[in-house]
Design a protein around this ligand. Structure first.
Ligand code: B12
Length: 209
């Protein structure tokens, strides 16, 4: 696991892929690989960036390596051929390009049997509104990793109100800078600290219907 973490941190994409496969062959659970190597590696990359030891290019190659690893794990944790139990529209808000966390949330939701409509990154409030009108989800997930872009979560909620669709969905928000207080402040229904919470929230909403 330590070796895998190091490979992600140093942005070695093909080696990351190979190491993930190796660990899986040794019967290490995909969830364990995710929780104990891939995610902690990105946390450490963030710390190195903050300390001025890493710059954007290093963060970028590390993110690419992480995504190569995730691509191997995804089919193992995502449910297949099951009738979806509910629908979630999710995206990273306007101005924000971080999508690893959102993709993990998508994986957890799909793994639990939800249909996920991913509107991608840098998604405008209008894009969320259009996706809600088209797909009629029960839950909308908003992700933001920057203290500057988390402010656009409020714009999305306002746009949902203006479009008359706010009452038909529950809004859950998440991302590293987000806290419960912020969810309360902007009128989001839920805050989820990680992908497991996102899955539990979706289950609660859909189970509660
Ligand atoms: C990788 C990375 C990048 C990559 C992103 C690649 C990609 N495809 O995502 C690149 C290099 C592009 C990048 C760019 C930038 N980044 Co950056 N980045 C990171 C880094 C190192 C890791 C993020 C990550 O993937 N974490 C791993 C995932 C698994 O965790 P997560 O995203 O938090 O998601 C989990 C939870 O938050 C939650 N969650 C997430 N979304 C949602 C949604 C819902 C609905 C729910 C319920 C839960 C939930 O569940 C997830 C799984 O558990 C972080 C550091 C950090 N520790 O966060 C900095 C970080 C977020 N970046 C930072 C900065 C400053 C930038 C740049 C501005 C740098 C620059 N000067 O250009 C740009 C901004 C670009 C933009 N417009 O978005 C700062 C933000 C500071 C701040 N407070 O605003 C951080 C914190 C680094 C730091 N320590 O300073 N970055």
């Amino acid at each position: 696991m330590e070796k895998l973490k190091e490979l992600v941190k140093t942005g070695k994409a093909p080696e990351t892929e190979a190491r993930v496969k190796e660990l899986l062959a040794q019967k290490v659970l995909p969830e364990k690989i995710l929780q104990e190597a891939l995610i902690p590696a990105m946390d450490e990359v963030g710390d190195l960036f903050q300390a001025g030891e890493y710059f954007v290019p290093e963060m970028l190659v590390a993110a690419r390596a992480m995504q190569r690893g995730l691509a191997i794990i995804k089919p193992l944790v995502v449910a297949k051929g099951i009738k979806p139990i509910g629908k979630v529209v999710i995206g990273t808000v306007k101005g924000d390009l971080h999508d690893i966390g959102k993709n993990l949330v998508c994986m957890a939701l799909e793994g639990a049997g939800f249909e996920v409509v991913d509107v991608g990154t840098d998604a405008t409030p209008e894009k969320f509104v259009a996706a809600i009108k088209e797909h009629q989800p029960q839950v909308v997930g908003l992700s933001a990793l920057l203290t500057t872009t988390m402010l656009s979560m409020k714009d999305v909620i306002q746009a949902l109100k203006a479009a008359g669709v706010r009452e038909q969905v529950k809004v859950m928000i998440g991302g590293a800078p987000i806290r419960q207080e912020y969810a309360d402040e902007i009128g989001a229904d839920y805050y989820g600290k990680d992908s497991t919470s996102a899955r539990d929230i979706a289950r609660e909403v859909i189970g509660g219907e």
